[in-house]
Write a protein that binds this ligand. Sequence first.
Ligand SMILES: Nc1ncnc2c1ncn2[C@@H]1O[C@H](COP(=O)(O)OP(=O)(O)OP(=O)(O)O)[C@@H](O)[C@H]1O
Length: 266
Amino acid sequence: MAPDTGGLTLDTAPKPSPAADASPGDGPAVRVRGLTRGFGGRVVLDGIDLDIRRGEFVALLGRSGSGKSTLLRAVAGLDHGVAGRGSMDTPEHVSMVFQDSRLLPWQRVLANVVLSLPGPNARERGRAALAEAGLEGRERAWPHELSGGEQQRAALARSLVREPELLLADEPFGALDALTRMRMQALLLRLVEAHRPAVLLVTHSVDEAITLADRVVVLADGTVGADVPVDLSGPRESASPAFADLRRRLLSELGVTDAPDEEAPA
Ligand SMILES: Nc1ncnc2c1ncn2[C@@H]1O[C@H](COP(=O)(O)OP(=O)(O)OP(=O)(O)O)[C@@H](O)[C@H]1O
């Protein structure tokens, strides 16, 4: 089913962890098998197999042009007309966030969040979602009155108010300054913890992937070049040796072998 790219649904009752919910018979949230996609005879995805468990956070890395967005759009069901084959199981409720907020400029912030939102008390739920995303009191603002970071907060609220089982995010913080980006990463983690969707996040930032994800998948040559769990105990400090080891490993998967101590672009 195509993702819901507007609106949200907030139950105020805390949700149990989907991992705890899942019985052994439950399948993964996403199951992709043998996915191929190409443009004009050029193969971009060449037999991708990928599972994402319910509630699991997967970051997708890959060099520019490796097919990250192509994969995300395929999982979202937004690539009609693109040549390819393969099978895909995805949940019914999917939301997507992009690098730009895609708020409708002629609608106020709350109206954007609740646009086409099904179920009762939409405006109340929208207000709660905005508050959860740190935008309490900005419901009547116009999108252009919000900063870039605030617009992305509204976009997150719009996605999560619908309680998606799967959140697809394509470089959602790519256009933000470093400090705002860190704040938004923390917000995303909080929201994901509260709502527990499975997440597939496309990012160019190795550090962002390690900071946020349970698992990092690296696309290379049209396939999954590496599938690496983030097994870091305690807080994910980018200065810690374990973080640096993982960064080095992922950078090497991306073909960067001079092992910098600081973040390098993927
Ligand atoms: N609609 C399209 N028509 C033709 N070629 C396309 C189309 N969409 C993507 N491509 C090509 O497919 C390849 C993969 O593109 P994609 O956007 O998926 O890569 P990406 O890994 O997300 O790149 P980036 O990190 O630079 O955003 C690129 O070479 C791109 O030019």
